[in-house]
Design a protein around this ligand. Structure first.
Ligand code: ADP
Ligand code: MG
Length: 323
């Protein structure tokens, strides 16, 4: 192998989805960058929860009324999101829309809702009330007031799609960062050991300041945390990860969970589920899954890592895969 091959890094940034999206490639491919931009733009049009004309908006507007046909890829994604909801129903639930709209956390005008309104929302979140037609590719929320909200998982799906599309176009390695959701693929052409080095955000510091760094073959890093979207009322803090059992923001000892695994969509689900489980049960869950690692940050700042993250130098951990 040629060790001296020089590589440049081409970083493109787009302001989208309420965040800054960044794409890193190691060859100059402006046409592919445009394609990624257009793809993500189309995705925001399909999945916008606040636009009645988006595909998601149509599904929600037709709750209790009629099935809505969607394209095959979107259908498969919604099907997986609902399967994850059934599997982890006490924590991860993509039918959380009525609660999200009620609390409005992070969108201004937020209030603590009345108990009766919370109870009404909770009654509209049953995944058994969704009918999916695999032949017609239709999604039907059968009860009025139901609302699909894919906010906890959509970026993982987009990240996996961007990776797959670029790989299909012959791009052998890259990084896509959808604002805190990082997907890498291939080998890092800028590192002698081919590995990636990804920083995990310190929840007690400003954006971009790492708590620790992870050296790893290609993986996706997904963080769920309560430090970016919340409001305070009467001395209490209410954040945006809502408990589908109680209807209130989940209360536990955690500030943040980062899940590291190849599939970004899975990492999204597991980061929400682990957040609910807390540092102990969360670690137990992750340890049982092959090729998944996690970093938990408690409210007091204490950091806990799963066993595949092995200390290398100060503040740097190496992922060692159990074969
Ligand atoms: P972020 O990337 O915004 O930090 P997450 O990936 O943790 O957040 O997803 C949070 C978003 O998912 C919320 O803004 C809301 O739209 C939705 N959501 C909130 N609670 C849940 C839940 N228990 N299950 C599924 N989705 C949720
Ligand atoms: Mg998530």
């Amino acid at each position: 192998m040629m060790a001296t091959q020089a590589h440049k890094k081409y970083v493109s940034q787009f302001a989208m989805m309420g965040t800054v999206i960044s794409l890193t490639l190691f060859d100059h491919k402006p046409a592919l960058v445009e394609r990624v931009y257009d793809y993500l733009q189309t995705m925001t049009e399909i999945f916008s929860a606040n636009d009645d004309d988006s595909t998601l908006g149509q599904i929600n507007r037709n709750a209790g009324v009629a099935p809505v046909a969607v394209d095959a890829t979107t259908f498969a994604f919604i099907q997986r999101a609902l399967a994850a909801t059934k599997k982890y129903h006490d924590s991860f639930n993509v039918l959380i829309g009525p609660l999200v709209k009620l609390w409005k956390i992070g969108f201004g005008g937020q209030t603590v809702p009345a108990k009766s309104a919370i109870a009404t929302s909770l009654s509209r979140m049953n995944p058994d009330d969704v009918v999916l037609d695999e032949t017609a590719h239709t999604v039907f929320l059968t009860q009025r007031g139901m609302q699909l909200d894919l906010g906890a998982i959509a970026k993982g799906y987009f990240a996996d799609q961007v990776k797959a599309r670029l790989q299909a176009a012959g791009v052998t390695s890259g990084i896509v960062d959808l604002g805190g959701n990082v997907q890498t693929w291939g080998m890092n052409p800028l590192a002698a050991d081919d590995q990636w080095r990804i920083g995990i955000q310190n929840p007690n510091d400003t954006r971009g300041n790492a708590l620790l760094n992870v050296v790893t073959p290609a993986q996706s890093f997904v963080t769920s945390g309560i430090r970016e979207r919340y409001f305070k009322r009467d001395g209490r803090t209410y954040h945006h990860i809502l408990d589908p059992q109680t209807g209130y923001p989940v209360r536990n000892d955690l500030l943040q969970v980062t899940v590291i695994t190849e599939n970004s969509e899975l990492a999204e689900v597991l980061s929400t589920v682990s957040f609910f489980k807390g540092p102990q049960a969360g670690q137990t869950l992750i340890e049982r899954l092959p090729d998944v690692e996690a970093v938990f940050v408690r409210r007091n700042g204490a950091v806990e890592l799963t066993s595949g993250l092995v200390p290398q130098t100060k503040g740097v951990y190496q992922i060692v895969r159990r074969k």
